[in-house]
Design a protein. Structure first.
Length: 133
């Protein structure tokens, strides 16, 4: 009777939430990977060298180091990544304003970093546990 209807409704709601979580999680991993690729390309674009490749690896370390944990859906990793993305937002915004030659790279990085930040926050909101009453 009514209990079955309620449980079916709850099951459907849980499936929708899980599906949303999965989409946001995968989107976060894709945006992280894309931001890593943009930053690496931006750094090595003028001239490829061992120094530039090493610099790109170090500069993107906070992003790619968290990617496996993001893929697993670790809430702590999503929370940590919100902090890791901020320097990329600030750096891209600074370059966008101060360096006319870097506007294409900076605007692309800023857009992807902002989308990533929003997805990270969305995942944290979707996976939070309700406060006990």
């Amino acid at each position: 009777g009514p209990a079955r209807c309620g449980s079916g409704s709850q099951t459907r709601e849980l499936a929708e939430v899980s599906s949303s979580q999965d989409r946001v999680r995968v989107g976060s991993v894709v945006c992280t990977t894309l931001l890593v690729a943009i930053v690496i390309a931006w750094i090595i674009e003028p001239a490829v060298s061992i120094l530039r490749i090493g610099t790109a690896a170090v500069v993107t370390l906070p992003l790619w180091a968290w990617t496996p944990a993001l893929w697993r859906g670790s809430r702590k990793s999503f929370a940590a990544m919100t902090l890791c993305v901020v320097p990329y937002l600030v750096g891209a915004l600074t370059e966008l304003i101060a360096n006319p030659g870097a506007r294409v790279w900076a605007s692309t990085a800023l857009l992807v970093a902002f989308i990533l930040f929003v997805l990270l926050i969305a995942f944290l909101r979707l996976t939070r546990t309700p406060a006990p009453t």
